[in-house]
Design a protein around this ligand. Sequence first.
Ligand code: AMP
Ligand code: GLY
Length: 421
Amino acid sequence: MKLLVVGGGGREHAIIKKLKENPEVTEIFALPGNGGIAKDATCVPIGATDLDGIVKFARENQVDYAVVAPDDPLVLGCVDRLNEIGVPCFGPKANAAMIEGSKAFAKELMKKYGIPTASYEIFTELDKALAYLETAPMPTVIKADGLALGKGVIIAQTRQEAREAAIDMMANAKFGKSGATVVIEEFLEGPEVSVLAFTDGKTVKPMVSSMDHKRAGDNDTGLNTGGMGTIAPNPYYTPEIAQRCMEEIFLPTVRAMEKEGRPFTGCLYFGLMLTKNGPKVIEYNCRFGDPETQVVLPLLVSDLLTIMQATTKGTLAETDVVFADKHACCVVKASAGYPLHYEKGFPLVMTEEAEKATFVAGAKLENGQLLTAGGRVVGTTAVAEDLPAAIKEAYRLSDGVAFANAYRRSDIGSRALQALN
Ligand code: AMP
Ligand code: GLY
C-alpha cells in the first residue's frame, strides 16, 4: 500500500513511524515532511497547504490512502479534494474541521447541544466587546475566532489587559483575519487533560489520556508554546471522569456534528479542564495534538493503519483500539528563544539509541547533515512501567540529542507526579 501523509512536524513523524509497523505498507510519502522524517518516508517538497500540489501528487503516484495531519489543510478542505479524486483519507472534511477552524462555531455547537464549556459571548464589533469587558468578571479569556497557531488565546488578569487584547485582535489585526471575530469567555480553573479520540462519525474510541506542558519555562512560567513535553496517561483522568466525559462530552459532540450535517471522522481532540463543577471543554482540535501524539502513539498496541481505515469506512465499532498499560513521557528540545526569536541552521546529532526514540519536528537535511530548522526541533519519548521511570528515561535519551542553543524544560511530568502522590 502506498500512503501519503500531509504535514512535516514531530506529530507526523510519530504517525509515520507507527504506520510503518504495518507490513502491508510499501511506501510512505510525506508532504513536505522534514529532514528527520526523511529517514522513514519519502519527503516531497509540496507544502501542507498546497492543495493543488497535493492532489496532483496523489493522482500521479496512485496513492491508496492519505492521512491529513495538520489543522490548516483540513480546514481548507484537503480531505474533500482528495476524496474527489477517489483517495480515501484519515481526517475530517472542511465542514467538520470547522470545529477547530472557528471557535465561535464550536461554542455555538456546545451551547445548542448542552455540552459543558466555559460561558461566553461572541463579538464582531470592537466597541461592543469593550462595553462588555467593562463589567465582565476578571480574569477573563479572550480568543481569536480562527486558527492562530495556538497563540490566539489571552488570559487577561485585569480589565486593562482585557481591553488591550481585544483592541490588538479586533482593531490591530494581531492575528490577521483570525481575530476579526473574538470569543470572550469565563475563566475556568482545574487540571487540564488532553484526550484524542478516533471516530468514524458514530462510534468514539478515545486514546490514552495525556498532559501537555504548554508554557515555555519550568513550573509553567513564560509564554505559551505549541507544547514543550507530554506525559501519558494523565493521572487526573480517572476511570470515573473518563466515563463522565464519554457520556457528557465525547458522544454528544460526535452526535451533534452528525445532526448538523457535518459528520466528523478522523481524530477529534478534546482539550478538557476538570473543574469543580465537572469536566468542561476548553477547545476542540480536528486532528492529533502535538506533542500529545508523541506519547499516545508509542503506547498504541493495535495497528494504526487498520484503525485509521476503520474511521474512514465506518467500522470503528468492530475495530480494536488497545493501549499498553504503561506510561510514556516526551521531552521536547527547542531552539533557545522559542516561541519568539531563535537561531537555526545548527548541526543536529543524535546517538543511535536517542534517534530511535526521537521524533523530529524542525530539521532539514543538507548534504546528508541534519540542521535545525524550527522552534521545536525534536521530541524524545520513553515508555516504561511507571511514570517516574518514563520521565527519567526520556531525559536520559534526550541527553543523546545535541545541537547548539538547545533548550528544554527540566520539569516535564513533575506536576503529574505530584498528582500521583
Ligand atoms: P487553546 O489555544 O484554546 O488551547 O488555549 C490555550 C490555553 O489557554 C489552554 O491550554 C488553557 O490553559 C488556557 N485557557 C483557554 N481557555 C481557558 C478558559 N476558559 N479558562 C482558563 N484557561 C483557559
Ligand atoms: N499540543 C496542543 C495542540 O496540538 O494543539
